[in-house]
Design a protein around this ligand. Structure first.
Ligand code: UD1
Length: 364
């Protein structure tokens, strides 16, 4: 049984790595790893292959960056030939990026069954490109692997059959639990000169960085916070470009306790978050990772597709207004360290469950 696994962007690599690993226990399953090239830099892609010991992709599509329509279309054109020539039995896509949707569409149109890992999560905010990708990918996938009860319930509400939906957990957490001991040995704190409390910030959502007013407002809050506690800020390429476009680089350079870094590899970033007093972010995955690590997370969004991180975890939505971000930061400082709590099914064995389901489907 030949299974194509698709990766395209930074958050995909840690979701696929444990699935590839789990497939090794099934000699009847043949894995073919396709990298679309949506993310292509050393820091956004190559370093993750090294850190997570991923094999080189069998095929690299080299699509690079473009508008959503062009990027999605170019992935589809390139991936269609791969599927026609490779004739896989299944295509596995993960997450919610343009590569996810593009490859799911190609599979569905060529009548190759598609499995979606991280299915069912919903922010109910259709202004997010990722939400469109999630809804559309789930609509055309044959087999759905939600990471949480919330995801499972959404899929049931959308009319999916229980035969297609397998509540398996979160492969990103498999990766986190697998690599945590290695990350704890990293020397990143020394290299950055950190020896007390510090925060970590990530910022890249179009809603937050594509408008000069919103981005400036977030920086107003950051300016105040870094006076009280250093913040490490690995800058996403989209954000670096916007800071340049809006002439905000000089302003950032003047903040003495804001440590701007290039995007970090998986192990360095994990090590940094494990030791952080708090994380300020607009990422999807970091909400889950901080929940499992018990690190307070202030999410600069109005909604989340991962509500279990609010109800069980350490996440709090603070929106994009500077006063709300500062209020969240003050609350973190005045609250005791949260007790760790997260869904039982985030147990590090999600990929094993996924592969077992795929192997069973192959036999039937
Ligand atoms: C994409 C995903 C988002 C995910 C994020 C993680 C979609 C719709 N969005 O957003 O869900 O959270 O990745 O990073 O798929 N760039 C580089 N080097 C790279 C990659 C990108 O310089 O290796 C630049 C591009 O030129 C572009 C910008 O970064 O200007 C944005 O890249 P893009 O792939 O469009 O989306 P992200 O914002 O990274």
């Amino acid at each position: 049984m030949k299974i194509i696994l698709v990766v395209g962007t930074r958050p995909n690599f840690m979701k696929v790595a444990p699935i590839l690993e789990a497939m090794k226990a099934y000699p009847e399953l043949e894995a073919c790893l396709i990298h679309t090239g949506q993310h292509y830099d050393h820091q956004m892609s190559d370093v993750f292959f090294r850190d997570l010991q991923l094999p080189d992709p069998d095929i690299y599509l080299d699509v690079g960056s473009a508008s959503h329509a062009v990027q999605t279309a170019e992935i589809m054109v390139a991936f269609e030939s791969v599927v026609q020539e490779g004739r896989p039995d299944w295509i596995v896509v993960v997450g919610d990026v343009n590569s996810t949707l593009a490859c799911a569409l190609v599979g569905a149109k060529l009548c190759v069954p598609v499995a979606h890992v991280e299915a069912g999560v919903r922010s109910f905010d259709r202004t997010m490109p990722e939400e469109i990708n999630r809804v559309a990918t789930d609509a055309i996938s044959d087999c759905l692997f939600p990471p949480s009860q919330h995801g499972y319930d959404n899929l049931m509400r959308e009319g999916k059959s229980p035969d297609q939906v397998f509540l398996v957990g979160d492969t990103m957490i498999d990766t986190l639990l697998r690599w945590k001991p290695v990350a704890s040995q990293r020397q990143i704190h020394g290299r950055l000169g950190l020896d007390g409390d510090y925060g970590v910030m990530t910022l890249h959502r179009p809603h937050n960085v594509d408008s000069p007013e919103t981005l400036s407002g977030i920086l107003d809050a950051v300016e105040v916070i870094q006076r009280k506690m250093p913040i490490v800020f690995p800058v996403h390429p989209r954000t670096a470009q916007r800071l340049k476009d809006f002439a905000l680089e000089e302003r950032l350079a003047k903040l003495p306790n804001l440590l701007r870094e290039k995007p970090l590899g998986y192990l360095d970033f994990l090590s940094l978050v494990m030791g952080a007093r708090f994380v300020l972010s607009d990422s999807g995955g970091i909400q889950e990772e901080t929940t499992v690590l018990g690190v307070p997370c202030l999410t600069m969004r109005e909604n989340t597709e991962r509500p279990e991180t609010l109800t069980h975890g350490t996440n709090r939505l603070v929106g994009r207004q500077p006063d709300k971000i500062l209020e969240g930061f003050r609350d973190v400082l005045s609250s005791p360290t949260p007790t760790k709590s997260y869904p039982d099914i985030w147990d590090g064995k999600t990929a094993e469950r996924i592969v077992q389901v795929l192997a069973n489907l192959g036999r039937s």
